[in-house]
Ligand binder design. Structure first.
Ligand code: NAD
Ligand code: TYD
Length: 338
């Protein structure tokens, strides 16, 4: 029996990796990829995937009711909501857009999914909703939500709306909260691809503050497996942390990239810190392990080397992006960090 799946934001980094993964491991799926193709959405991320009864692309906006109603004219068993404005730095300049896409967009999808009677609604969330940790401890799923940036506040709000649709309307919503992803097709504004491409261009790598902020890195394919496990084995109304168990400082990652590419550490440029910069994220993933039977498998150093090789082999992909017209915001942002 075919399973009809609506994937929003499937032209972005994690969504496109998930579509490739799902077409491979779930041949019975019929996927509709609904994406606005913002600066971060790129059909080149899906190159080689033919449009047929297994996969179809539809351009549209999750925060536009008419667009959302239109996509729901066909029925779906599952909805997976990746669509979002996803970059913390951008949220400092235009919080309103984050509210529109991440909160209103999620609510419109929840409402249509409810009307359509979907079997599962999976919300892709983030560990950033929990706020920031000190040196010790791990976030577990019932940690209070204490987001610190407009981005994380918008994601936390969307999570709460998901909870309300489960509690009030019985919509079978499941939430995954993953740690920082890395891997192929990540837009070169996020730390790892930004620094790989900067280093390849022999340009300075702007490291915020003292460079000692810690993130818990997760290879994107491990996240795809976690999302599939949560969708198929998760319990409606529950959240699942999906983390890599790889805590690294930004400075360690930067040095690793430079060393791997044979570039000098003199390219590191310490710049003014990001306002509200969370110090540390780290996830307790025991719930996903015990209830979903999921665990990450990629070793961090191996995954990072593999990612660096991918950017070396796909230079046209990122050079096309870097020569595009999305740069205005970065010019202001990095001028302010000098
Ligand atoms: P991304 O920025 O690479 O992709 C986002 C996609 O959403 C793009 O294709 C974009 O065109 C689309 N989109 C944006 N606004 C839209 C709208 N109004 N209507 C329809 N489509 C729209 O993001 P990503 O890194 O792939 O993140 C995907 C999801 O995972 C997001 O919800 C993000 O919050 C979450 N997440 C990301 C990370 C990470 O490390 N990248 C970690 C945890 C959670
Ligand atoms: P980022 O990839 O933006 O993800 P997030 O803020 O969602 O965790 O940033 C990862 C870390 O890298 C974060 O601590 C901020 C830092 N960073 C820099 O030091 N310089 C940069 O130019 C960027 C983009 C990030």
């Amino acid at each position: 029996m075919p399973i009809r799946v609506l994937i929003t934001g499937g032209a972005g980094f994690i969504g496109s990796n998930f579509i490739r993964y799902a077409l491979d491991v779930r041949p019975e799926w019929q996927i509709v990829n609904f994406d606005l193709l913002t600066y971060a959405g790129n059909l080149a991320n899906l190159e080689g995937i033919p449009e047929n009864d297994k996969y179809r692309f539809l351009k549209g906006d999750v925060s536009n009711l008419d667009d959302v109603k239109k996509v729901f004219e066909s029925g779906f068993e599952y909805v997976i909501n990746f669509a979002a404005e996803s970059h913390v730095d951008r949220s400092l300049y235009d919080p309103g857009l984050f509210i529109k896409t991440n909160i209103l967009g999620t609510q419109l999808l929840l409402a249509q999914a409810r009307q359509a009677g979907v079997q599962r609604f999976l919300q892709i969330s983030t560990d950033e909703v929990y706020g920031s940790l000190g040196k010790d401890g791990l976030f577990c799923e019932d940690w209070p939500l204490k987001p610190n940036s407009p981005y994380s506040a918008s994601k936390a709000s969307a999570d709460l709306m998901c909870r309300a649709y489960f509690e009030t309307f019985g919509l079978p919503v499941i939430i995954t909260r993953s740690s920082n992803n890395y891997g192929p097709y990540q837009f070169p504004e996020k730390l790892i691809p930004f620094f790989i491409t900067k280093a390849l261009n022999d340009e300075p790598l702007p490291l915020y503050g003292d460079g000692l902020n810690v993130r818990d890195w997760l290879y994107v394919e491990d996240n795809c497996a976690g999302i599939m496990a949560a969708l198929e084995k998760g319990k409606p109304g529950e959240c699942y942390n999906i983390g890599g168990g790889n805590e690294m400082t930004n400075l360690e990652i930067t040095k690793f990239i430079l060393q791997d590419l044979g570039k000098s550490e003199e390219l590191i440029k310490f710049v003014k810190d990001r306002p509200g910069h969370d110090r540390r994220y780290a996830l307790d993933i025991s719930k996903a392990k015990s209830e979903l039977g999921w665990r990450p498998v990629m070793d961090f150093r191996e995954g990072l080397k593999k990612t660096i090789r991918w950017y070396l082999a796909n230079e046209k992909w990122w050079r096309d992006i870097l020569s595009g017209d999305y740069r205005g915001f970065y010019d202001i942002h990095y001028r302010e960090r000098r």
